[in-house]
Write a protein that binds this ligand. Structure first.
Ligand code: FAD
Ligand code: NAD
Length: 403
């Protein structure tokens, strides 16, 4: 009898962690990993490369470092569609590949809520290519200022003061002094505005922590406009609602859209029942009525039993889900039906504000400033170890715990 075939889609936190766990087991199955690039990238570090405080190579490593060729075949290709009835996946170049069991870990895309002009005029922090573009774009605007002297060249709008928006602002404000020096631009001409729709920034944290974080960024020159949603982006900048009947404009050459995510568009293209590209999976991570398919990470949706709201899409959850998904794939291949349920163990959340400042809650305790930033680096290093192993941690880890 031929071996069962497990296909893993996506080599991010959920996919690569599941692969590692399967490879460490003695599972008797054919394993195939599909990813659009031949490298893994740390999605949680993308804002740093976008601002230019790290080089993109720092957050990338070859998938070959994780793939054990005696157990796994790696296919570099783009997933177009999953054909549930035929149990196949359509790839852009290689056509259709069949599976017995499928793990979907394709991550997320920026949510634009249908706001006009965002797709055309705003940048998003979603991939290595997108963050390379952001860095190059900001540098190009600074370079142009000397000859054109248009203030909007030095105006940067950040839409959304969630985790991604705040972390990007932290890195960007750390980079500004270098940009100002390199391009001989007056610091006072640089304007950074963060527009946030909700009445407060980072409602996940208590007000004291948030006011510390916002204060740090304001001291570095960020203007926060809270309770003021972006309504439109265009070639000149953005329009936002100052109040219900008062729409205003800010001229800006750079718009960074960091106002939330939705599951990968492959989910909707494949006809899964989903909300914002996320499939409400069973507690054991299988898809209702398609129990041979498991979904982890940003394409999955699980309700937090404590507040009846969906867990947020995070790397922390994707990694924990992957451990259960690997166990359940092994059980499925072995013909066992006693699949394990995913139970989330919240370890805490830290939001960086540049390289050496942060706010967060770890093991239920609020943290801010330098200790919080050390904790963030420890969390980032732990993820490297969990996915890439000791070699990747040694070459890519964040070990500069200076003040
Ligand atoms: P990903 O890790 O994004 O991996 C998806 C993989 O699928 C990628 O390799 C991608 O190239 C590949 N792929 C996508 N589409 C296709 C396709 N069509 N065909 C083939 N391959 C494809 N969470 C935290 O817990 N802590 C943090 O500190 C944190 N910081 C963040 C900072 C930023 C700037 C951002 C944007 C997010 C952050 N998150 C953080 C959220 C976290 O990154 C995601 O929840 C996590 O990456 C989800 O894991 P995943 O495996 O679902 O997707
Ligand atoms: P988010 O949903 O956490 O925050 C998006 C913010 O954009 C919200 O505050 C929302 O009110 C605002 N917004 C929505 N529409 C708007 C509009 N029209 N104008 C202005 N503001 C608008 O999304 P995110 O920050 O992109 O993060 C995505 C996921 O990644 C989340 O689950 C987050 O927890 C996770 N993440 C975690 C970390 C970390 O743990 N350090 C860092 C980055 C991202």
């Amino acid at each position: 009898m031929s071996k069962s075939k497990i296909v893993i889609l996506g080599a991010g936190y959920g996919g690569l962690r599941t692969l590692r766990k399967l490879q460490q087991s003695n599972i008797d199955a054919e394993i195939v990993l599909v990813n659009k690039n031949d490298y893994h990238h740390e999605t949680t570090w993308l804002h740093e490369a976008a601002a230019g405080t790290i080089e993109p190579e720092k957050l990338m490593y070859s998938i070959d470092k994780v793939v054990n060729k005696s157990k796994t075949t790696f296919i570099q290709d783009t997933v177009e569609k999953i054909n549930k009835d035929e149990k196949t996946v359509t790839l852009t170049t290689k056509g259709e590949i069949a599976y017995d069991y499928l793990l979907i870990a394709l991550g997320s895309e920026a949510e634009t809520f249908g706001i006009s002009g965002l797709k055309e005029y705003a940048h998003t922090i979603t991939s290595v290519d997108s963050v390379k573009k952001i860095r190059a774009h900001i540098e190009a605007q600074f370079a142009k200022w000397k000859s054109e002297q248009r203030d909007e060249l030095l105006t940067i709008i950040v839409g959304g003061a969630g985790f991604t928006g705040i972390e990007f602002l932290g890195e960007l404000t750390n980079r500004i002094p270098e940009l100002v020096k390199t391009y001989d631009v007056p610091r006072e001409k640089v304007r950074i505005v963060c527009l946030e729709a909700a009445p407060r920034v980072l409602p996940q944290f208590d007000e004291k922590l948030v006011s510390y974080g916002v204060g740090v960024l304001e001291d570095r020159g960020v203007e926060f406009k809270v309770g003021k949603p972006v309504k439109e982006a265009n070639a000149d900048g953005v329009k936002y609602a100052e109040s219900e009947n008062d729409v205003r404009e800010i001229k800006a050459a750079t718009i960074i859209w960091a106002a939330g995510v939705r599951g990968n568009s492959v989910i909707e293209a494949s006809g899964f029942e989903a909300g914002r590209g996320r499939v409400k999976v069973n507690n054991n991570l299988t898809v209702p009525n398609n129990e041979e398919i498991l979904i982890v990470g940003d394409c999955s949706l699980i309700i937090n039993p404590n507040n009846e709201r969906p867990y947020p899409p995070t790397a922390q959850i994707a990694l924990q889900q992957a451990d259960i998904a690997a166990k359940n794939l092994i059980k499925l291949v072995n013909g066992q039906s006693d699949l394990e349920d995913f139970v989330y163990h919240e370890k805490g959340t830290v939001c960086s504000i540049g390289d050496n400042d942060a706010i967060g809650v770890v093991m239920g305790k609020p943290l801010k400033g330098y200790p919080a930033s050390v904790m963030k680096k420890v969390i980032d290093d732990r993820a490297l170890l969990m996915l890439g192993g000791a070699g990747v941690l040694a070459s890519k880890g964040k070990f500069q715990f200076y003040k």
